[in-house]
Structures are given as C-alpha cells and as structure tokens.
Write a protein that binds this ligand. Structure first.
Ligand code: GLY
Length: 353
C-alpha cells in the first residue's frame, strides 16, 4: 500500500493547495455531509485551489453510510464528468472519509483522493491508514477496501466546535494509542484536562496519537499482524455497540471502545499480567468521562454471540488483542467463555452499575 502523507496543519489553505498540486487532475470534486457543508466548508471557500470544485453533499451520520449514498456519490462523479484523472477531497468525519474513500477507490477502478477529517475520531483513526468502506446487510464496514488517501490533512481548529460526546468518542481511540505505545504518552492523555480543553496541547496530543497509528500501518498495512494492535478494546467494544444499536439506544463508537478497553484490560490483567494500577487508572478515567454502559446478566449470552461473529475472528475463536504492559502487545489471544462472563461482572462492578 502506498504511504499516505499525514500532515498536522499549521495553515490549512497552504497545505491543501500543496496537497492538491501534488495530485495533477482534470477536475476536482469536494464531498461533504450536510453538517460539514454548513460548518466546515466555509473555512475552505477562500482557498483558490478548491474554488472551482464540484460539490457533492450527502446525508450525515452512520445511518447514511450505505450503498444508496455510495451510489449517489458515484452518480455525481459520473454525471458531472469525472475521469480517471479526477481528484476527490473528502471533508468530514469518519463516515465521509470512509465512504468517500471507497467511492474514489472504486470509481473507474480508482481515482485519487485527499481526506480532511473534521472530527477527533476521524483525525486520529478513521481517515488515516487506508481503510475505506460502507455498512451493508446490517453490519458495520462490511464492504470496503484498503486504499490510502494521497494526503490526510489534520486541521485541529475544526475541533473547537466539536460537541462533548464526539470529543470523548475520538479521545477513546487516543487512549488506545497511549496504551499500545508508551507510558509517557498514556500519562499525558490521562492527565489532560478534558473539561477545560487547551487546544494547543490537544493539537500536540493529536500529532503524537496519529503517529502511533501511522507507524503501525506502515509496518502492516493489510492487518496481517501488528495492525491488530489497533483492535484493542474493539472486540468487546463492537459487541456493546451492536447490543446498544439492537436495543435502539445507539452509542458513539468511541464510547463503546472506552468501555471495551476496560474489559480487555481486565482480560489482559488476568491472562497476561497487565499491571493492576494502570487498569485502575483507566477505569477511573472511563467512569468519570464516559459513565457506565448499562446491561445485566441476561444480556451476557447475546454479547458473547455478538463477539463470536466479529469479523476479526478466525476459525470460530474470539480474537483479542491484549497487553502484557503498556506498549507490550499480545496478538491473537483467546479467552474461555467463563472468563468473558467474569469480565462483564467486573466491568459492571467497576463502573458502579
Ligand atoms: N481502526 C483500526 C485500523 O485502522 O486498523
């Protein structure tokens, strides 16, 4: 997979102009959703390089990350004269960068694209690393491909208008990057004042966080080995997310990941000796900032079944990424059903449920 340029912007106008100039093209398309069209596009309007871009606007949120919206983007490209030499700029959260990246990667067998993520989650995770796709048949990111953006431009000024829940949703992926990298970075994240956000400090943390992901993706772009480290917290997290969705009380992805981290660090403690004091610090942070995820023992079987159907599994066994210590990654771990149910008990107790 080609390496992406991931740029922590000092000045978006200049950096976007340069990124566009590095992709010679006959026609420029600009994809937004109805929120980023209103809130973020005005910041790009003065930039000469995007003045003549053909705008494509899609519905916002995960419910629109589907084949119908994808067709709408393909149709806009097709009817408005896109060729194999055209360029697409995706401006939005993970839904826009995933779907836009997939539209670009499949249109005429692939045109170049640039991501400008506007949420914290997209900046530190979704828009970086070349995973593109849509939801299908009720399953998240069921259809997609690995295909990197030419450039990913991180403009943290967009974060100033992010709501509280979307801030914490992205922050969970940053915590994960802290856990799989080193204690200095993790401690900075745990100590960061999330109530009175210092945006200059946040920008530095975003830069460090995205580098953790970049290093891993560079080593293993197609998730054959070490990229699975990025799945920490996600095996249980996805089950929580799916249960919440089935019960018509959807939760943001990062909230499910934060709760999943607590469970998988407990599993790490029991199975491979992850330090108890770090587990306690993470529990404290998650309880204070994310609150509990409510469920009772009647839902344990459903959660377990959901975990068994996770697309990361192989040969029927539930696959976990665990940690022996901060940055000490243990891939392809398994746990007995009894221990997984004990983990749910532990989670509920530690969240005060
Ligand atoms: N979001 C995990 C990955 O990109 O591999």
């Amino acid at each position: 997979m080609d390496k992406q340029d991931v740029i922590l912007c000092k000045e978006l106008a200049g950096e976007l102009t340069r990124a566009i100039a590095q992709c010679p093209h006959d026609k420029l398309f600009l994809l937004t959703d109805e929120h980023t069209h209103e809130l973020c596009l005005p910041l790009l309007k003065e930039i000469e390089a995007v003045k003549d871009a053909v705008e494509v606007v899609i519905g916002a949120e995960d419910v629109n990350k589907n084949i119908e919206t994808l067709c709408k983007v393909w149709m806009a490209l097709s009817t408005q004269g896109a060729s194999r030499k055209s360029l697409l700029v995706n401006l939005g959260g993970g839904m826009v960068t995933d779907l836009g990246g997939f539209a670009a990667s499949t249109f005429k067998r692939g045109i170049a694209y640039i991501n400008i993520p506007t949420t914290l989650l997209a900046m530190v995770d979704a828009a970086v690393g070349g995973k593109t796709g849509i939801n299908f048949n009720g399953l998240k990111n069921e259809v997609g491909c690995f295909s990197p953006a030419r450039s990913v431009l991180l403009e943290t000024e967009f974060l100033r208008t992010l709501d509280h829940h979307n801030f914490f949703s992205g922050y969970a992926e940053m915590l994960k990057h802290g856990l799989i990298s080193n204690s200095q970075h993790l401690n900075e994240l745990l100590a960061f004042d999330t109530q009175e956000i210092d945006y200059t400090k946040l920008k530095l943390l975003v830069g460090e966080s995205v580098q953790v992901k970049e290093r891993i993706v560079e080593e293993d772009p197609y998730e054959q080995g070490i990229r699975k480290a990025l799945n920490l917290g996600h095996t249980v997290g996805h089950a929580f997310e799916s249960l919440a969705l089935a019960q018509e009380r959807p939760v943001l992805h990062g909230y499910a990941v934060a709760w999943g981290l607590v469970c998988e660090l407990y599993l790490s403690y029991v199975q491979v000796g992850f330090p108890k004091e770090v587990l306690s610090q993470v529990i404290q942070f998650v309880r204070c900032n994310y609150g509990p995820f409510l469920f009772d023992c009647k839902q344990y079987d459903t959660l377990y079944e959901l975990m068994k159907h996770d697309k990361k599994n192989c040969g029927g066994a539930i696959n976990f990424t665990l940690l022996k210590g901060i940055g000490e990654i243990e891939l392809n771990q398994h746990a007995e059903q009894k221990l997984i149910y004990e983990t749910f008990d532990f989670f509920r107790e530690s969240m005060g449920v």
